[in-house]
Design a protein around this ligand. Sequence first.
Ligand code: ASP
Length: 328
Amino acid sequence: MKSLFKSLLPLAVLAAAGAAGAQNFPGDKPITIVVPFSAGGPTDRVARDLAEALRKPLGGVTVVVDNSAGAGGSIGANKVAKAAPDGHTLLLHHIGMATMPTLVRNIPFKVESDFEYLGMVNDVPMTLIGRPTLQPANYKDLTTWIGQNKGKINLANAGVGSASHLCGLLFQNAIGTDMTTVPYKGTGPAMTDLIGGQVDLMCDQTTNTSGQIEGKKVKAYAVTTAKRLAPPALKDLPTLQESGLKDFQVTIWHGLYAPKGTPAPVLQKINDALKVALKDPDFIKKQEGLGAVVVSDARANPADHKKFVAAEIAKWSPVIKAAGVYAD
Ligand code: ASP
């Protein structure tokens, strides 16, 4: 009995220390939001705006962004799955959390069980864009050009499993034309090459494309939503559905995650801060200007976030399988 008590004592001490740490969270230790794509891209953009909006409700602590890019977003996600569960390392990820398990068969973590779900952040439409020197002026002409250039067209993406990968694959499947995909560590660097004319086409979030469309740095052809969008840079773009691709609809979303095992009081504090951040007028304005819609409290909570991701896995898995667009 005595020895059992003795062996349990360190555990009790550790648990007490953990509880005390949770009470003082975040203290003055910075919080890192891991972005699984390159700096300067759309996920990075959302994360940097969110980091700013989270600082105040987290007591003024420093919130930094760490771009752990590569492998379509799975390197950064894996880093957070394996990080210390103390609330100081978080993950901002998009629809890839729901599509990666089907698009990529061997990811080194489990989306459903290796993370604590903190809440959704926003919904973001995508756009089909082209290099500025591309001749077609509209979607109809683009389809003619695609037909005339079969086998010669490059399509940029952020790696296997990314949102641009998913959108590009579904697009090729819908029009029945294969293109040569060019993977980057994020669509930030892919955008640089598209503007420079090294690649022909890309399907990417409006959070990355609306500024470039407005500045006429790229050609814009269509949006991937069921309805047309409101921001000035996007309002004249047709939907892919109205352009003849019946049922084509891809809207991506972002959610915030912590490593599995993060103490409940810490998760509660981060979720409370997230809800405040999502009502920050400055954050809302920046997101809306880029075509994104910030979620309401009803979706910015762990239970609904987890339910939503499970529903998205169930929704996309058959679509990806039916289209035969998954990769090893
Ligand atoms: N937009 C990228 C994607 O296709 C990710 C990024 O660079 O943020 O998933």
